[in-house]
Structure formats: C-alpha cells, structure tokens
Design a protein around this ligand. Structure first.
Ligand code: SF4
Length: 341
C-alpha cells in the first residue's frame, strides 16, 4: 500500500482527484497529518466515515515505533526507529538556544564509506522514501510533545544520493499548511556529489547546503572520503562557487579535525586558499572517535588555533558544540551497537 506521507500537498490533491474526491479534502488530511500529527485515519474527525475507510484501503500512515531512545546529560536525545520492514534508522534531537534541531537520516546505510563515520561498515540497504524521511520529524514531535524548528540532513546516508525523495521531503516539511519548517531552517549535507550540487542549485529551495570537506589536499581527502576519487577537490570547489552564484546562498563547510592528520597550520592555510572570496562559513567539528576508527580527535588547543587562523584571514569559522558524546551521537554508532546486541 502507498504511504500517504510520500506525497507533497500538490501530489496528494492529484491522488484525491484520482480517488474521486475533492482536492480540499487532501488539504484537510494534510493538516491532520502534519499539524495535528494524528496516528490514524480514524482520528480525522471532519472526514466522513466513508472517506476514512477509502483512505485506509488505499494508504498507510507510516507510524514509527521507537526501538531505543537514549538521552545524554546535555539533553541530546537519540532515537532508533523501526521503519516497519525490519530495518532501523536513527534520528538525533538536539536542544539549541535557537530551538529544537533534528538530525535526520536519508538512507538505510550509506554507500559513501567515509573513514571517520560509524555508518561505514553498515551495508547500504535502500533509500528512505519522502514519507519515511518526514516521519522522523513527526515521530519525535509526538514522543516529546514539541515543535521541531530546524532539520539537518546529517544522519545516516548521503542525502544527494537519494535526491528526489530528499527534495520532496523538504517540500513537505516546508509547506505552510503542514509542519511549516522554513527552508532556511533546513540544511542538506553532502559528501560532495558534484552533479547533484548543480541540480540542487536549480531547485530554488532556499535551504542551506553544507559540504563535508574535511581535508584540503586530494591525497588526504581521498584517504578520508573515497567519494573524492570520483569528484576531486577542484571539481567540488568549482561546483560550490557555481552554486553560490546561482542561488546567492552561503555554503557551510564541515571540517572534522583529526589529530596529526588535517589539523595543522598548513591545512588551515590551504583551506583559506580554497575558500578565498567565497560566501562561506566553516564549521569545525571535533571528530568523534569511532571503535576501530583510524582517526583521533584533535586537542582543544589545535582546534582553537585552527579556528583563530581562519578567522584572522577573514573566514568565518566556528567550533561546533559537541552534543551527545556520551550517547554515541556520531552518525551510525547507535545503530551499529544495537545490531551487535
Ligand atoms: S559521513 Fe555521511 S556520507 Fe559519509 S559514510 Fe557517513 S553517512 Fe555516509
């Protein structure tokens, strides 16, 4: 059966017309799902019994079950959801001054194989559908009785490798008749799938693009991120420059600092050269050491030196607050542990 959450509002109206229903009924259902966050068609009390039956016969609601929920001492909460086909995904809720931010997954497993990531080693199973992506937000809102204000596609999976479903999920999250999460409060992170960056530039989405850069030479980047063998740093930076030109939006560059690997002054100098003249922001991330992982976290002193050098050269750089380190909040870790249990 079809998942009703896979449809953006325009598509849902089409579905309703095909079922012989008026499009405004689709809007009513959309509001029940995304505003009221109901878990059953029976709860949609302004619909006739006949229509509710019709919906039950044609669609599922895709309601996740929580397999596990961990809470960190800093308030970060990590969910492992049962996606109803025997697979599990993870979602992390973070509490920031500016609101509740949710880090969501876009795929079950990941093909990219970044060496610093705990998802590496988890076999890629499949893409999540748009509805499965969006249900992460709804499930957490139901569980915590809160409103999510920011969504970041930084959980398991390469969002641009599941391009159509991710873009459609953003349209659903963003719709003012539903969850109404501003596009500027939605961030898409990519390991650097260059053709998809060009495609995204044409969508006119107003979301934030975040590039996982992590190294400044092709040798080091290929070692950390095999995707660099397909699209090297020069191609990636050109795509970023073109993206900024087309969208007029600033790009965020993620740079995870690994001890004695990419955290010295020479790396900082090369990073300044790569970003010179670009409308960019750098997020420095103290790397989370994963079990069997090759990379270790840089010292606080090196991280601060790195940031100060970038700032002194006019590049806005901030150190990301480490959240949820006591609950394995780096992507993939909870799932992998759970699978071993
Ligand atoms: S860091 Fe992201 S893109 Fe890289 S392997 Fe992990 S989930 Fe995939």
């Amino acid at each position: 059966m079809k998942n009703i959450k896979d449809y953006n509002l325009d598509e849902l109206k089409e579905e309703f017309i095909n079922l012989g229903e008026k499009p405004f009924r689709a809007e009513q259902v959309f509001k029940w799902i995304y505003e009221a966050n109901v878990t059953s068609f029976d709860d949609m009390t302004n619909l006739s019994l006949e229509l509710r039956e019709k919906l039950k016969n044609n669609f599922t609601m895709c309601i996740y079950k929580i397999i596990k929920k961990q809470e960190s001492s800093d308030g970060t909460k990590k969910y492992l959801f049962d996606v109803l086909d025997g697979n599990a995904i993870e979602t992390v809720l973070m509490d920031y001054k500016h609101g509740k931010s949710l880090c969501i997954s876009s795929q079950i497993g990941c093909k990219m194989g970044c060496k610093f990531c705990a998802s590496t080693g988890i076999k890629f199973e499949r893409n999540l559908s748009s509805g499965e992506i969006v249900e992460q937000v709804l499930a957490v809102q139901r569980d915590e009785n809160i409103k999510i204000s920011n969504v970041v596609f930084m959980g398991i999976g390469e969002p641009l490798d599941n391009y159509n479903n991710v873009v459609n999920a953003i349209k659903i999250l963003n719709n003012q008749k539903g969850l109404s999460i501003g596009a500027r409060h939605i961030s898409i992170s990519t390991s650097g799938l260059v053709p998809m960056i060009y495609k995204l530039a044409e969508e006119n989405l107003q979301s934030t693009l975040s590039i996982s850069l992590h190294a400044t030479t092709n040798e080091k980047r290929s070692e950390m991120m095999p995707v660099n063998n397909r699209y090297n740093i020069e191609e990636l930076m050109q795509a970023c420059k073109d993206y900024i030109k087309t969208t007029n939006r600033r790009i965020s560059f993620e740079y995870a600092l690994a001890k004695d690997n990419n955290d010295n002054l020479e790396d900082a100098k090369r990073l300044v050269n790569l970003l010179r003249g670009m409308n960019a922001h750098v997020n420095l991330i103290p790397i989370n050491k994963i079990k069997d992982g090759k990379f270790e976290k840089s010292s606080n002193e090196s991280i601060i030196k790195f940031r100060d050098y970038l700032n002194s050269k006019g590049i806005v750089a901030t150190i990301r607050r480490e959240l949820g380190t006591d609950i394995d909040a780096a992507c993939g870790q909870l799932r992998r542990k759970n699978l071993k249990e």
